[in-house]
Ligand binder design. Structure first.
Ligand SMILES: O=C(O)CCC(=O)C(=O)O
Length: 263
């Protein structure tokens, strides 16, 4: 897909700084429905697998205030308004190639009255051939510095630097304000950090990781799609979600998100 003029501005920003924000991409009712489903799935995990939900990886992220889980690949999570949102898909196709695919679909929680930040980290290093992917963050409520929105350092893609003072000198720190319906696209190589959430409410951020076709990480794609749900999708949505396994079961549920012990 040839990028239109509108995409080019966002594309240029994403390439230069490692992050860009598209405003009002997802209808409010879709976000509300997903938000209710996130709360329901979290409650289910708290009842069935609480230890895994709140297990903290101390070597990598080291923040008890930032749990997360894999969302089930059904409705409303995989609503077509999210997976095939036209403006978002346009930027993703231009950045990753039109045959990009969904790799991971999680919710990142920043717990209310949080006091801990994540280590500064990147999600995956780029490999010399270009980007290895992006994460698309969809806030489920208004978010910004007041409730622990993620902090990033603009232009810090693949930097080995981790010292906060040096990072603040070398790169511009960025902690955006996002509204439900907005989406932030961040290169996986950009340095970032989950920050404490001083608010009285938890902050939920969907994180959908998309990868270019050349990054075939088949074994690492987790989560099943009920065949009946798959059958209801249009060809574009099926193409984007092609790497996940399809199963006969009609119901699928959230799973604990376990990150590797060292990186
Ligand atoms: O929850 C956040 O603000 C950031 C989470 C994140 O980016 C991560 O866990 O890698």
């Amino acid at each position: 897909m040839k990028p239109s003029f509108e995409y080019k501005e966002f594309l240029a920003e994403l390439r230069r700084t490692g992050v860009t924000v598209l405003r009002s991409v997802i209808p409010a009712d879709v976000i509300t429905t997903i938000s209710v489903a996130v709360d329901r799935e979290r409650e289910r995990l708290e009842q069935t697998n609480r230890a895994a939900l709140y297990k903290i990886n101390m070597s990598l992220l080291a923040s008890p205030g930032h749990p997360g889980f894999l969302c089930p690949l059904n409705y409303p999570f995989c609503h077509e308004e999210i997976i095939t949102a036209p403006r978002l898909s346009g930027v993703l196709a231009a950045y990753l190639g039109s045959d990009f695919y969904l790799h991971e679909y999680v919710v990142n929680i920043s717990l209310a009255r949080g006091t801990t930040a994540q280590h500064v980290h990147l999600d995956q290093e780029n490999d010399g051939l270009g980007t290895v992917g992006v994460v698309c963050n969809f806030p489920l409520s208004f978010t910004g510095p007041h409730n622990g929105m993620t902090k990033m350092w603009l232009g810090s893609q693949d930097s080995p630097e981790r010292d906060l003072e040096t990072l603040n000198n070398l790169y511009t720190p960025f902690q955006p304000t996002l509204y439900p319906g907005d989406v932030m696209i961040r290169d996986l190589g950009l340095l970032h950090q989950g920050t404490p959430n001083p608010d009285i409410k938890d902050r939920n951020l969907l994180a959908l990781v998309y990868k270019p076709e050349r990054q075939k990480l088949g074994d690492e794609v987790r989560g099943d799609i009920p065949q009946s749900v798959w059958n209801s999708w249009n060809a574009r949505q099926q193409a984007v979600m092609r790497r996940h396994q399809r199963v006969e079961a009609n119901e699928v549920y959230a799973q604990p998100y376990s990150v590797p012990d060292a990186m």
